[in-house]
Structure formats: structure tokens, C-alpha cells
Write a protein that binds this ligand. Structure first.
Ligand code: NAP
Length: 464
């Protein structure tokens, strides 16, 4: 069976799940489509608002339970898992609270008559999600689509089936109607079949470029709208006038949260000559504070990676970088525990020819670059096929913002590490994907902006 919970701390298989069949998929499509039609015909918005608020209430009430499920699926620290559950509750409340404002008809000025757009549901959205934030990634798609009236079918990552099943049960317990959210343990073939089905009106994926291009191909071939949230190789730019104490205070989190398995964690630290030595010393000092061990123990600060394959991939990427001439100045030593731990590692001297130069490492590895000046920092930051997030540190906020605007990326944070909030859009450019989740922009991802136009002659005739 492909869908399994293998606890990354002990390497034990805790539970296996049978794959769903083509008949299960058909049943989910039929139920989801019937519900979409019902929601389209009758005004059920207030019921959905109550249900979404109830999802938030249950998440807060049962935070510990959901957090433990995620930790057992993919190894994240229990404290980080609880934070994720609470963030999901905030996202659910946000969309339930904002939907009336987001649905207000938008007027368009035209001399030809009167025109406005209404925002309406389009049908079932098929979501393919990753394991690194097993609840948060799902909630980013579920909350805006559910509230507007688009049912969701989920194919979650094969290593977090416990979280996928728990999310479905959460929706049921909150009173969401059958068909509103359906988790299926599907093969890739059935994913493509689902996206091709006439009842599915959109597809989204958060994950790798490989997964993204496969979902986008299925969507494009079948003329379905898609949105992709893919990987990143985010720059963290430290300018000459950066407050280095402020920089140091976030280094641990910005690279080691979730054991470094965060799409928007800072992966390339680009530091001007003036601050380079201090920065490197600070990064080593912060990485040396990592305490690996039991992710259920609240004093542990570094989680295991999510799977044996994830650990192998990270170690291999480090070795290939070293073989290509990078220098390891901290870490890369074995950890004698059964879990999938990788020691926080710092690499320097990564040249343009190095395999790591334009590659995302999904683990606790920071690459540090020394650059002559700000112009060189911007050039290096942009010399990437990714464009997800970016961080700039400078004592001059206006200047830092202006530098941020020069980076080819979807999100730039000033004097702070990556940030995600329900009301802020999330997404990237280049190979980091397209489309946005969260905020008003995420709400609009799969809605029909339906124009209602009345010519002025018609209005005049009817006025008589
Ligand atoms: P992945 O292999 O692409 O997996 C993500 C999801 O896609 C899983 O559910 C996976 O299912 C599914 N999948 C992959 N290939 C597929 C195919 N051909 N057909 C159908 N489904 C397919 O990604 P990952 O490597 O596990 O996840 C980490 C990546 O996600 C990193 O690159 C990270 O940066 C990125 N990420 C991006 C964001 C963002 O918002 N931009 C957020 C989080 C993570 P299986 O598990 O069954 O293979």
C-alpha cells in the first residue's frame, strides 16, 4: 500500500491505508457535483459560514489531537504542529468573516450601459497537497473554495494519510455536507482521470516542479484552470546597514523551522563583504543550538526529516555540492539516532557551476554567499530559476523595500523572515509556480467573475 504513516522519529510503520478505487472517485465526483449544483441553486452561504467557523472552533478545541497526528505522519515538532493547527483555525475564520466583502459585486464603468461582475462558484476543485504542512496546505485551498461553494477533492501526500483522513473527519464533525470535502488515497493515474473529468473545474498542487508540471499538463490538456505553489531557493539579503543583532535573532527559525522543509525558508544567505564574517559566525552559533530528538518533547528544537528518502536526498545534495567544490564550514556529521535526522549544515564557496547553485535543498542546510555590494546581491538573488520568497535586511526600510521590488519573486519580507497570514497573498513566479493562495487573491483563484451587462438603450427603453 502506498499510503502509510511511518513515524520519522522511530522508523516504525504506524498505519497503512488501502488505495481508493475508480469507483470511489466516481462516487466522490458525483456527490461533489450534486452539492455544487445545490449550492449554486440555493443560498446556503450562511450555513457554510457557520460550518467554517465550526471547523475553526474544533481545530482550537482539539489542537493537541490534530498536532500529534501531523507529528506522527511526518515528524514535525509538536509545538510547530500546534502552531499550524491554530493558523488553520485563523484561516478558516478569516474566509468565513470576509466572504460577504469578497462577494460584493464589482462595478465596471462603461459608456455603453451598466456593468458589474458577481463572483460565483465554478465546481469541484481537485487539490494535490504536500506533507510538509499537512493541515495548513489543505486549509489554504479548502477554506476559500468551500466558502464560495466549490467542493474539494483532496489527494494528499502518501506519507501523511493520517492527517488527510483527520481533515476529512474534521469537516464532517463541523457539519459540512457530504461531498464538500473528500479525501481520496489515489494513484497518479486516477489523479489525471479526476482532473480530466467534466465535473472538475480546477486543479491545484503544492509540491515539487515534477509534480506541478504533471498536474498542470493534465489541467492544460483538459482546459482546466490550475494554480501551482512549488519550491523555492529563497534569498536572504543582508545589506551593509543591516542591524546584525536583528538578523541573528531570526536565523534559527528562518532556516531550521520544520527541519528546513519549508518552501519559503531562506536557503541562500547573500551577505555584503562588510558583514560576512560576523554573519557566518552568527549562523554557526545559531545552528549549533539545535537540539535534535523526540519531536513530541517540547524541548526538542530540530525535528527529523519526513522520510528516509528525504534524508537520503538532502545528504546526497550536500555531497554533490562538496564534490563540485563547495566547502562545508559547519555540520554534515552523522546523527546516531534511528530517526531521519540531518545535522544543520552550512556551505560556502558555491560557484555558478556547482550543482547546488540553482537547486532547492529541502532540509536544514544554509548556503552563504559573500558579495561585493548591493548590486551584486540583487544580481545573485535573481540568478535563479525559482522566485518564491525573499528577505532583505537594512536599517533603511524604504531602501530595503526598493531593493525588494527589484527581486524576481512573489513575496519579499523586510527585516523579518518568511511570514504567512490569512490576509496576505502567498505564491511565486518562475519555476516556483503561478497563482496565489490566501487573502482576497486566493479567494478569487477558482471563482467565476461573471459579467452582467445591460446596454444603455435597454435601460432607456425599460425606463419609459
Ligand atoms: P511532490 O513530490 O511534488 O509531492 C507533492 C504532492 O504531489 C503529493 O501529494 C504527491 O503525491 C503529489 N504528486 C507528485 N507527483 C505527482 C503526479 N505525477 N501525479 C499526481 N500527484 C503527484 O513534492 P514534495 O517533494 O513531496 O514536496 C516538497 C516540495 O513542495 C518542495 O519543493 C517545496 O518547496 C514545495 N512546497 C511549496 C509550497 C508553496 O507554497 N510554494 C509549500 C510547501 C511545499 P505522493 O506523495 O503520492 O507522491
Amino acid at each position: 500500500m502506498a499510503y502509510k504513516t511511518i513515524y520519522p522519529y522511530t522508523n516504525e510503520t504506524l498505519k497503512e491505508y488501502a488505495n481508493n478505487t475508480a469507483a470511489d472517485l466516481e462516487a466522490a465526483l458525483a456527490k461533489g457535483h450534486a452539492l455544487y449544483k445545490k449550492w449554486r441553486a440555493a443560498d446556503c452561504l450562511s450555513e457554510r459560514k457557520n460550518q467554517l467557523h465550526q471547523v475553526a472552533n474544533l481545530l482550537r478545541r482539539d489542537c493537541d489531537k490534530y498536532a500529534a497526528i501531523m507529528t506522527h505522519d511526518m515528524g514535525k515538532l509538536i509545538g510547530e504542529a500546534k502552531f499550524e493547527v491554530m493558523l488553520c483555525a485563523d484561516i478558516a475564520d478569516y474566509f468565513a468573516d470576509k466572504v460577504d466583502e469578497f462577494l460584493k459585486p464589482e462595478k465596471f464603468e462603461t459608456a455603453a450601459g451598466e456593468a458589474y461582475c458577481v463572483r460565483q462558484a465554478t465546481g469541484i476543485i481537485f487539490a494535490v497537497e504536500p506533507w510538509n504542512f499537512p493541515f495548513y496546505q489543505v486549509m489554504r485551498v479548502f477554506a476559500p473554495n468551500f466558502i464560495v461553494g466549490n467542493p474539494i477533492i483532496l489527494k494528499h501526500a502518501s506519507n501523511c494519510p493520517g492527517s488527510a483522513a483527520a481533515f476529512e473527519n474534521l469537516c464532517k464533525e463541523a457539519g459540512c455536507e457530504e461531498g464538500a470535502f473528500k479525501n481520496l488515497f489515489l494513484s497518479y493515474d486516477l489523479v489525471s482521470k479526476a482532473i480530466a473529468d467534466f465535473r472538475v473545474q480546477g486543479a491545484c498542487l503544492t509540491g515539487s516542479e515534477r509534480g506541478g508540471s504533471s498536474i498542470a499538463e493534465a489541467a492544460g490538456k483538459n482546459l482546466k484552470k490550475s494554480s501551482l505553489e512549488l519550491g523555492g531557493n529563497d534569498a536572504f539579503i543582508v545589506l551593509d546597514d543591516a542591524d546584525m543583532d536583528e538578523v541573528k535573532s531570526i536565523l534559527f527559525t528562518t532556516r531550521l523551522l520544520n527541519a528546513g522543509q519549508v518552501c519559503v525558508s531562506s536557503k541562500r544567505f547573500i551577505v555584503t563583504e562588510k558583514n560576512y564574517d560576523r554573519f557566518l559566525a552568527d549562523l554557526k552559533d545559531e545552528f549549533s543550538k539545535a537540539k535534535w530528538g523526540d519531536p513530541m518533547d517540547s524541548t526538542t528544537t530540530l525535528a527529523p526529516l519526513s522520510s528516509a528518502v528525504a534524508k537520503k536526498d538532502v545528504l546526497q545534495a550536500i555531497q554533490e555540492a562538496i564534490d563540485d567544490g563547495a566547502e562545508c564550514v559547519y555540520g554534515n556529521e552523522p546523527i546516531d539516532l534511528p530517526g531521519y535526522f540531518v545535522m544543520p549544515t552550512i556551505l560556502v564557496n558555491v560557484t555558478k557551476e556547482n550543482s547546488l547553485y540553482n537547486r532547492e535543498i529541502f532540509g536544514p542546510v544554509g548556503v552563504v554567499y559573500k558579495v561585493k555590494d548591493e548590486a551584486a546581491a540583487i544580481e545573485l538573488a535573481n540568478d535563479s530559476s525559482y522566485g518564491l520568497g525573499n528577505t532583505i535586511f537594512s536599517s533603511n526600510i524604504e531602501h530595503a523595500r526598493a531593493v525588494g521590488e527589484q527581486i524576481e519573486t512573489g513575496m519579499s519580507c523586510i527585516n523579518t523572515g518568511f511570514t504567512t497570514l490569512p490576509e496576505l497573498p502567498f505564491g511565486g513566479v518562475k519555476n516556483s509556480g503561478y497563482g496565489r493562495e490566501l487573502s482576497r487573491l486566493g479567494f478569487n483563484a477558482f471563482v467565476n467573475e461573471h459579467l452582467i451587462f445591460t446596454p444603455k438603450e435597454t435601460i432607456a427603453r425599460h425606463a419609459k
